[in-house]
Structure formats: structure tokens, C-alpha cells
Design a protein around this ligand. Sequence first.
Ligand SMILES: O=C(O)CCC(=O)C(=O)O
Ligand SMILES: [Fe+2]
Length: 205
Amino acid sequence: MLELFSEAVDKNKNWLPKDGTVHYYGKLLTLAQANHYLQVLLSTIEWKNDEAVIYGKKLVTKRKVAWYGDKPFAYTYSGVTKLALPWTAELLELKMMVEKASGETYNSCLLNLYHTGEEGMAWHSDGETDLKKNGAIGSFSFGAERKFAFKHKQTQEKVELKLEHGSLLVMKDVTQTHWLHRLPPAKQVRTARVNLTFRTIMQPL
Ligand SMILES: O=C(O)CCC(=O)C(=O)O
Ligand SMILES: [Fe+2]
């Protein structure tokens, strides 16, 4: 269909050349809505400094994190286990938007707060054992626009895209098996970014 006015975001495009599926849906929200949610998230989420065990040492990162879900799921991330908090009203609204846009469901959300461009996230994949294998991950971004990058684990091929204020990115299928992703530091960025990754945690029977 010919779209005369909206910016051309091809929601059906797979950004990965092979071994996985990444869709970028662009902005799901107006600027006013995205600004509203950014303010609500900054003020209502229980942000905590992230702890990670790297080479057996417990490190505290500048980036802040939070973990919410349908139940107090235990989630082990970078060697540290956290229990999910119950959804806030706005997180439930955002979860429903991501579910509708992506055609997938989620039962939990990991949130990251990057205060400035000096904070980022190193190369990793989200293949933790308690995550549903090949489950979709819906990544909703607010605040400072930042670059996001993928790197193929075998060939080192790279794919980069920009994540806009109020936009949705979805990673699914075998993406986490074959690709790493990261949020590179961006020295020129002086404002905060909040990212929500909606996920499916396996429920013990
Ligand atoms: O901040 C982002 O866009 C990505 C965060 C991420 O990769 C993660 O939380 O696993
Ligand atoms: Fe990730």
C-alpha cells in the first residue's frame, strides 16, 4: 500500500540476513504519549543498580535495572537472581501494546535505565535457561535515541539500527542462538534512555 505521509518503516523486513528474525516496528506512540510513559517509568519503577558477577567478582553497574512479571519469577541474569515485582498499571498498558503489535504474548519484563550515553550494555544474547527457548523478546524504547547492534557469533557479520523514542523492536526464532546484541556507548548522548524487554519465563509445572 502506498503510504504518503508516514515515515517508511517496513515492519515485515527481517533485519538479520540469516539465522534469526528481527523486526523493527518504529514508533508505536505519539511524541506526547512516549514522553508521558518515559516520565511515569522514571518515577514509578523500582530502579536498582545492576549487579553482575564477572570472572567471579561482584560488580555494580551505573545502569539501573528492574524486573516485573505475572508472578514473582526468579530470573538469573549475569549470575545474579532476582524476583519479579507485580506489574504497574502503565507496564501492563505497554505490555498490551507490545503484544498487539508483535502478535506474541509475554509474562515478564526486564527494564534498563541508561542515565547518559556513557552507559550501555556489552555484547550478549538473552539465552538464559529460564527464558522460553526461541521465545520472542519485545524491546520498547523511551528517551534518548541510541544505536543497537547485532553480531553473528560465527561470521562476526554486523547489523545496526537506531531505536527511537516510543519504538518497538522484536527479536525472535533462533536469533539468540546465533547472534549477540549490544547497546554501544554513545559519548554525545547526555539524556536518559529507558528500555523495556518483554520476555516469556518458563513456568515450572
Ligand atoms: O537496552 C536495550 O535496548 C537492550 C537491553 C538488552 O539487551 C537486555 O536487557 O537484554
Ligand atoms: Fe539483551
